[in-house]
Design a protein around this ligand. Structure first.
Ligand code: BES
Ligand code: MN
Ligand code: MN
Length: 451
């Protein structure tokens, strides 16, 4: 019945998703403020239309949050679905094979910014809810909280969660914003890394100089910055910031063994990325390097002349954006402070250094023993015919730790994306199959959870 309904409504489901994908809800770009709001309004409308008895747009200092709910019986358990309707900037535009905000289907995949992260994924929940309502199958209460600032650090979310504490009361959080191992092997994410994000600026002379007249005598901030960044890793791929590993939660041999049992083909991994060799912290596997180890990466670097042709200039300034992925027990603010101290301490006297912290977030580990996890497991078994493997993802969803600390709630990360979906990259995609089977699996989740 559910499967048949999905099949016969498939085109409409996709059309509705495409309508959302056409809206460029880029939270980082103030030029898209109106588009972001319009997206929130469409999401709110779709939740209402699917059968919610209350929906609202909650204003914040930034972009609005969509809240909606269907309470069938306050005595019954409640599922709080979290998602985000904002997307990453589509740049670099010239690398897209079809326009970023014109969803295009090729080889059974929807290509568009936000197709997987997270419009295609949270929309599955609205359609699953529609199905439950249409067939009178809803056996618990449902709340939706779809925000518009996830991709810029959810700065206004802590305030909202505190203010809406009562309205957000639930028994579990359910999120689809992570990836599966593959369509042949379902998985449930049980670990996410935290984040500390900083921007650094290195200044040399008080103005740009002629690189012939001054070159060799005055420090070049780009050269200096490059050295400083390079020094942040040692020859074993470890981060050199003093204290960086102090609180890192080490896994037992048994836990590491279990983690490495997940199907993973290193050759396929390298081939898909077009690289000859992987890298990382010595003594750890690729799955461990992204799943349970903290890391540091430069995300962007600029300075000097980058226009056409050549300009002989010794720049005054050079900058970089640096992210550190954290693991359980590391505190984002502490790590940011360690970074700041260290980065300033390694600067030569020839330059001045400024470190500006951006957003951060705690890592999260979710239990595999909760009623909600068990319901998700059963849902996969029923729809996929296989037991999902618990995995640790390298990305961050800081709200998971916030929900735990503020509301005391555990999350189930029931994601349906694939690593090959190119999140945050040009040509982001989401499989139509993933979208449809995701809806079916979510419906099955409710069947088991509300029982
Ligand atoms: N959905 C991603 C996080 C993710 C992706 C988790 C794949 C697991 C697998 C989320 O939208 C995201 O991009 N988060 C940011 C953090 C945020 C604070 C900007 C990230 O991980 O960079
Ligand atoms: Mn996301
Ligand atoms: Mn993202």
């Amino acid at each position: 019945m559910v499967h048949a309904y999905i099949e016969s409504n498939k085109q409409r489901f996709l059309d509705e998703l495409f309508e959302l994908l056409r809206l460029p809800s880029v939270s980082a770009d103030s030029r898209h403020k109106a588009d972001v709001r319009k997206t929130a309004e469409r999401v709110m409308h779709r939740i209402k239309e699917a059968g919610a008895d209350h929906v609202e747009l909650v204003e914040t200092k930034g972009h609005p949050i969509v809240f909606g709910q269907k309470v069938i019986d306050p005595a019954k358990p409640t599922v709080l679905v979290y998602g985000h309707y904002d997307v990453q900037p589509p740049d670099p535009l010239e690398l897209w094979k079809s326009p970023a905000f014109e969803p295009t289907v090729r080889d059974g995949k929807i290509y568009a910014r936000g197709a997987c992260d997270d419009k295609g994924q949270f929309y599955m929940h609205i359609k699953a809810f529609e199905i439950l309502m249409k067939h009178n199958l809803l056996n618990c209460n449902v709340k939706f909280m779809i925000e518009g600032e996830e991709e810029v650090g959810s700065d206004n979310l802590p305030t909202f969660v505190k203010q809406y504490r009562e309205k957000l009361k639930a028994d579990t959080i359910l999120i689809s914003d992570t990836a599966l191992i593959s369509l042949d092997q379902p998985s449930i994410t049980v670990g996410l890394r935290g984040l500390s994000y900083v921007e650094v600026e290195v200044t040399s002379a008080n103005r740009d100089l002629h690189s012939g007249v001054y070159g060799g005598a005055v420090a070049n901030p780009i050269n200096v910055l490059a050295r400083m960044i390079a020094s942040l890793h040692d020859e074993n791929g470890r981060v050199t910031i003093p204290g960086f590993y102090d609180n890192v939660m080490e896994l037992s041999a048994a836990e590491r063994e279990a983690l490495n049992k997940a199907p993973f083909d290193l050759n396929e991994y390298k081939e898909e990325l077009g690289i000859a060799e992987v890298t990382g912290e010595k003594g750890y596997t690729t799955l461990e390097r992204t799943g349970i180890r903290p890391t540091l990466d430069c995300n962007g670097i600029w300075g000097g002349y980058t226009g056409e042709g050549a300009k002989t200039v010794l720049p005054s300034k050079a900058s970089a954006k640096i992210s550190m992925r954290l693991v359980p027990n590391q505190t984002p603010d502490e790590i940011t402070e360690m970074f700041r101290k260290h980065f300033i301490s390694i600067a030569p006297k020839t330059v001045t250094v400024k470190v500006t912290p951006h957003h951060g977030g705690f890592a999260a580990v979710t239990p595999t023993t909760s009623k909600a996890y068990k319901a998700a497991e059963k849902a996969f078994e029923e729809v996929w015919g296989k037991t999902p493997i618990p995995t640790r993802d390298g990305g961050s969803i800081p709200i998971v730790a916030l929900f735990k600390n503020e509301l005391g709630l555990d999350t189930v990360l029931m994601g349906f994306g694939l690593d090959s979906d190119a999140l945050h990259s040009p040509n982001e995609s989401y499989g139509i199959k993933n979208f449809l089977i995701g809806i079916e699996t979510i419906v099955a989740f409710y069947k088991h959870f509300g029982r």
